[in-house]
Design a protein around this ligand. Structure first.
Ligand SMILES: *[C@@H]1O[C@H](CO)[C@@H](O)[C@H](O)[C@H]1NC(C)=O
Ligand SMILES: *[C@@H]1O[C@H](CO)[C@@H](O)[C@H](O)[C@H]1NC(C)=O
Length: 339
């Protein structure tokens, strides 16, 4: 599985908690029976390890180059954005590794050249065409850009609806580039209900209601993402891209946590301040005794149990969640066209 993404970085697991949280790519790898992919820049990504894919993901970035610029000069003394996004590694890098989308796509190209050296052009092309590509980007363009500070440059430049249209048009270019580079099965996840994460409740919504502006942004962005993906599929005459409605998926357990076995969908398991939503999960944070009862692990990230639920919906959810089809159907479709 090839994984390009812009995750908000996963936070370090406090020493008290030995288990690390499995994220969505981990669960998908597991469901597909493949091993988790190594970060592209890992020195261990050599030889046969290249055959099972790579992880090009970077923390904090967005569709736009100017998303996450505030992290670029963050130095090692600030732990905020220095942690690895790869939760299966016990050690974490203290280096800031911001890899913007265009750079991830360059690495994807470079990866293919290395694959070609290993197995030849035809086989490398086949591997890339058959690979599942997972791309998660967009949320940071709101939280780490448009809404980062009041009167941010982008918010003075664009009204929210115009900004959303601009993001979608830029995202479309990235997806077309992925297609040109050989990706033929691409899972695109929309943004979650950004206004409902514990961080936003803590910062913007003392009453506990989901923060309205970010909810409005998600409500504008996600349907346009689906429209854009439908356009691309008809342009290419094949179902290349599928969109996961993570907003609907997450909203389900936010609205009715008990139905999913959660005692809360507002308070993070690990953190501090209101809703445990301020700052990162660190060794000095409050940690809940049973993280499976929490929809959110930290201020931004769903818990492992919530990620498992989301991945089940990605794999086998109805068209309310997955457009134009779920991942199982996409993978089955490919098998059929190959034989
Ligand atoms: C982002 O930066 C790269 C490198 O400077 C450039 O090639 C690309 O066009 C930029 N993307 C956008 C959307 O401006
Ligand atoms: C989703 O996937 C399952 C297989 O797990 C399939 O049976 C089902 O029909 C699919 N649903 C839709 C709406 O495509």
């Amino acid at each position: 599985m090839l994984h390009l993404t812009a995750l908000i970085p996963l936070t370090v697991v406090p020493p008290a908690a030995s288990r690390t949280e499995k994220n969505i790519p981990d669960f998908i790898s597991e469901a597909l029976g493949s091993v988790p992919t190594l970060p592209y820049l890992s020195p261990e990504l050599q030889g046969d390890r290249l055959l099972v894919g790579a992880n090009f993901a970077s923390a904090g970035i967005g569709i736009l180059n100017d998303t996450g610029i505030q992290f670029v000069n963050t130095e090692t003394s600030d732990s905020t954005f220095s942690l690895t996004f790869q939760p299966h590694f016990d050690t974490f890098s203290w280096q800031i590794n911001i890899i913007r989308m265009y750079k991830q796509l360059k690495y994807f190209e470079q990866y293919q050249a290395r694959l070609t050296d290993l197995v030849g052009y035809d086989e490398a092309t086949r591997i890339v065409n058959d690979a599942l590509v997972l791309i998660t980007v967009g949320g940071n363009d709101f939280v780490n850009n448009y809404y980062l500070i009041p009167f941010s440059p982008r918010s003075r430049q664009f009204s929210l609806p115009d900004y959303v249209r601009y993001l979608i048009s830029e995202y479309k270019k990235l997806l077309m580039r992925l297609y040109d580079l050989g990706a033929r099965k691409v899972l695109v996840t929309g943004t979650g209900p950004m206004g409902c994460v514990p961080a936003e409740l803590a910062m913007r919504s003392p009453s506990g209601e989901c923060a309205a502006e970010l909810q409005r942004a998600a409500a504008l962005y996600n349907p346009q993402l689906v429209d854009m993906i439908n356009e691309l599929n008809s342009q290419y005459g094949a179902n290349i891209f599928i969109a996961a409605n993570t907003q609907q998926q997450t909203t389900d357990f936010i609205n009715d946590p008990a139905a999913y076995g959660f005692t809360t969908s507002k308070v993070a398991c690990c953190g501090q301040g209101p809703y445990n939503g301020l700052g990162l999960c660190t060794a000095i944070s409050n940690v809940c005794p049973n993280r499976d009862l929490y929809a959110f692990w930290d201020a931004f990230h769903p818990s492992e149990k919530a990620n498992g639920i989301i991945v089940n919906m990605i794999l086998s959810g109805s068209t309310n969640y997955m457009k134009p089809m779920n991942l199982s159907s996409l993978l089955a479709l490919d098998t059929k066209t190959k034989t």
